[in-house]
Design a protein around this ligand. Structure first.
Ligand code: GLP
Length: 260
């Protein structure tokens, strides 16, 4: 696992966008894994700028979302599909039908989850998966206790996550308690995982993910099992990392040809 600690959060967007740009330069048909939440937003903003400048194009790329609420009507402004359209997809040049998400409106949830796994496999798997980190160490919506081999399925959110998500909904609105989410095993199948963490609220969960034991109680800790993981953290999120000095030295001395 490579841990990159940036001195200023504004470095996160360009750094991760470089990896996406390099991927698409080598393979314009690459498959991206997109995450919602606030953490990847600087990456999306940077990619939108680069797309407008003609540096990067998503016109032949495919993308898969990590997760989706269950119980929101299609087109609800807070469905993850709507959120990612506003934040990124609708601002760049993806082709029609190129971006997929789990169908949170499906009557047959089990079939919808299976179809989603099949669609990812049919696309050849995800080349680069963006990830954020929940306060309880969750990735996508894999709450503590999630099997480290789990696949896309229905999950119930913890009350902590429901309350974290409340800020996006109008006061008085019901915040969904159920979601469809790629499993930890699904996420680990992606070829490169890039986890973005910013702010002091992520310091404790990030330390557990990067340096704690691999355990279903911290689903993000499963990233330690993956051969190609990049964690990009600002100084506040990195504050509880025991080996922070080592990560900084390794990054400072990294040969330029290696990339992320
Ligand atoms: C939700 C999403 C996760 C995201 C997390 C953290 O739970 N399902 O994918 O990582 O929020 O969001 P943020 O980046 O806003 O802290």
């Amino acid at each position: 696992m490579e841990v990159v600690i940036v001195s200023d959060a504004t470095e996160i967007g360009p750094l991760v966008a470089d990896a996406v740009e390099a991927l698409l330069a080598g393979n314009p048909c690459a498959v991206l894994g997109l995450a919602t939440g606030s953490s990847p937003l600087p990456v999306y903003d940077e990619l939108v700028r680069r797309c407008a400048d003609g540096r990067v194009s998503f016109s032949r790329a495919t993308a898969f979302l990590l997760d989706e609420y269950v119980g929101l009507p299609a087109g609800h402004p807070e469905s993850y599909r709507s959120v990612i359209d506003r934040a990124f997809v609708g601002r760049v040049d993806f082709g029609a039908g190129a971006v997929h998400g789990p169908d949170g409106t499906a009557a047959d949830v089990v079939a919808a989850c299976r179809a989603y796994e099949d669609a990812i496999a049919a696309a050849g798997g995800v080349d680069l998966q963006l990830l954020g980190l929940g306060r309880d160490g969750h990735i996508a919506f894999n709450e503590p206790g999630s099997s480290l081999g789990s696949r896309t399925r229905l999950k119930t959110l913890t009350s902590q996550t429901v309350s974290d998500n409340r800020r996006f909904f109008d006061p008085g609105d019901d915040v969904p308690r159920h979601v469809l989410t790629q499993g930890v095993g699904t996420i680990l199948d992606a070829r490169h995982l890039v986890l973005v963490a910013a702010g002091a609220v992520k310091a404790e969960p990030l330390a557990r993910v990067v340096e704690g034991p691999v355990t279903a109680m911290v689903p993000g800790s499963a990233l330690q099992l993956h051969p190609h993981v990049t964690v990009v953290a600002d100084a506040a999120a990195a504050a509880e990392l025991t080996l922070a000095d080592y990560y900084r030295a390794a990054w400072a001395g990294k040969p330029a040809w290696q990339g992320l």
